[in-house]
Design a binder for this molecule. Structure first.
Ligand code: LMR
Length: 395
C-alpha cells in the first residue's frame, strides 16, 4: 500500500543492532553513547537500585502523572542547572517539564518552537548529534549548520563559529551543546560562549542548550559554566536535560525541558505552550525514571552516593583517554592522538576515516560510528591493547 523504499538505518542505533548481531567473542562496541565500566558492563548505579527499592516499598498507585510529570523532577532539574537558591528559581523565571529522555525534551522544544518561532531557521553545529537535524526537520524547521570543528587543529573552529553566527538571522534558533560536545568532545570556550551571548542579545536569537552530559566533563557545577554565561547575560533560553547518562537511566527515558524567560509571567505563558505541545505528543511522561531521579536528589545520602558514582564514571573515562593516547603513541608515531586528552565527556572525534572505520569493523569486529566518533567509555583495560593494535594497523 505504501510503496516505500527502505529507510536508512540510524547511524548510531543501527550500529548497535549490527554489533548485537555479531557473534565474535572479542567484539568491541565504541558506537552508541552508553557508559561501560572497566569490565565492559553498563551498570545500574547503586543510588538507582536503592531508590528503586524504596519506590517498590512506598508506591501506592500507577495513576497518570500531570503533563509536566513528577513535580520534584522540575525542582531538582532547576537546582542542577542553576544551583540551589539561584535568582532565576527565586524569581520564578524557569519552568520545567519531565520528558521521555533528552530526545523527548528536544522534540517537545521543537513543537514548542513551532508555536513560539514558526519562521525560525534552526542552526546546529557541524558536526552535531545526528538526531538534532532529524528532530527539527521532522518538526518542519529548516536546519542549517554553523562551523564548529577544525580538522587541522582537531579543535574548535573559533573563527568559523563566530563568522557563521554573524550570518544567523534575527529570531533564529541556535542549538548549543552544554558540555561534552557530541560527537567531537570539543567544547566551546568562554570567548565563544560570550560571543554567542552577545549575538543572541543583539539578534534576539533563541538559544537551545542540549545538556545531555552534565557531570561527565569536569563536574556538575563546572559543566554548566557555558549555560551560565547565557543566563548571566539575562537571556531567555531553553535547556534540554537528559538523565540517561549521568544517572545511567538509558532505558527509563528520563529527561527534562526547561524554559527560562525574562519574567515570571512570560515563563508561565511559555510553559502553557510547552504543556500543550506535550499533550499532543504523549500526554504525560512515564513515571518510573522521574521518581528514581526525584528520590535520589531528594535524599542527602543517596545524592552524595550518586555524585560519587558520577565522579567515578568521569574518572574512568579520563583514565581511558590517557591510556588510549599512550597506547597509540607506543605503537606508532604517524598520528599524534594527544588531542584526545583535551576532549571532554564520552566522545572523541578520532580522525579515523569512514574507510578505516569500516575496515576495523570487518577485520577486527570493532564498532565505531562512521564519522570516526569513538565512545571512550567503551574502552576497557581488557580491550585497549587489541584496540590500539587494530587502529595502528589501519592508519
Ligand atoms: C549517542 O549519541 O550515541 C547517544 O546520545 C545515543 C543516541 O540516542 O544516539
Amino acid at each position: 500500500m505504501f510503496q516505500l523504499d527502505l529507510a536508512p538505518a540510524d547511524p548510531i542505533l543501527g550500529l548497535t543492532e549490527t554489533f548485537k548481531a555479531d557473534t565474535h567473542p572479542d567484539k568491541i562496541n565504541l558506537g552508541v553513547g552508553v557508559y561501560q565500566d572497566a569490565t565492559g558492563k553498563t551498570p545500574i548505579l547503586k543510588a538507582v537500585t536503592q531508590a528503586e527499592t524504596r519506590l517498590l516499598e512506598t508506591e501506592t498507585s500507577k495513576s497518570y502523572l500531570s503533563i509536566p510529570g513528577v513535580p520534584e523532577v522540575a525542582t531538582y532539574t532547576q537546582e542542577l542547572l542553576f544551583g540551589a537558591g539561584h535568582s532565576i528559581i527565586k524569581d520564578g523565571r524557569a519552568k520545567t517539564a519531565q520528558t521521555p529522555g533528552g530526545t523527548g525534551a528536544l522534540r517537545v522544544a521543537a513543537d514548542f518552537l513551532l508555536r513560539a518561532a514558526p519562521k525560525a531557521t534552526v542552526w546546529i553545529s557541524n558536526p552535531s548529534w545526528a538526531n538534532h537535524r532529524a528532530i527539527f526537520e521532522a518538526a518542519g524547521f529548516p536546519v542549517k549548520d554553523y562551523r564548529y570543528y577544525d580538522k587541522a587543529s582537531q579543535g574548535l573552529d573559533g573563527e568559523g563559529f563566530m563568522a557563521d553566527l554573524e550570518g544567523v538571522s534575527e529570531g533564529d534558533v541556535v542549538i548549543l551543546h552544554g558540555c561534552c560536545h557530541n560527537p567531537s568532545g570539543i567544547d566551546l570556550d568562554q570567548a565563544a560562549w560570550e560571543a554567542i551571548a552577545a549575538q543572541a542579545k543583539a539578534k534576539k536569537l533563541i538559544c537551545l542548550v542540549d545538556f545531555a552530559y552534565q557531570g561527565f566533563g569536569e563536574g556538575l557545577e563546572e559543566d554548566r559554566a557555558g549555560l551560565h554565561v547565557l543566563l548571566d547575560a539575562g537571556l531567555a533560553v531553553l535547556v534540554a536535560s537528559s538523565y540517561s547518562k549521568n544517572f545511567g537511566l538509558y532505558n527509563e527515558r528520563i529527561g527534562a525541558i526547561t524554559v527560562v524567560e525574562e519574567t515570571a509571567n512570560d515563563a508561565v505563558n511559555a510553559f502553557s505552550h510547552v504543556q500543550a505541545a506535550i499533550r499532543a505528543i504523549y500526554s504525560s511522561p512515564p513515571a518510573h525514571g522521574g521518581k528514581i531521579v526525584a528520590t535520589i536528589l531528594g535524599d542527602a545520602t543517596l545524592k552524595a552516593l550518586w555524585i560519587q558514582e558520577l565522579a567515578d564514571m568521569r574518572a574512568r573515562i579520563k583514565e581511558m583517554r590517557h591510556a588510549f593516547v599512550q597506547g597509540m603513541a607506543d605503537r606508532q608515531q604517524a598520528v599524534d592522538f594527544d588531542f584526545i586528552n583535551h576532549q571532554k565527556g564520552m566522545f572523541s572525534f578520532s580522525g579515523l576515516t569512514q574507510e578505516q572505520v569500516l575496515k576495523l569493523r570487518a577485520d577486527n569486529h570493532i564498532y565505531i560510528v562512521g564519522s570516526g566518533r569513538i565512545n571512550v567509555a567503551g574502552i576497557t583495560p581488557a580491550n585497549i591493547d587489541p584496540l590500539c593494535d587494530a587502529i595502528a594497523k589501519v592508519l
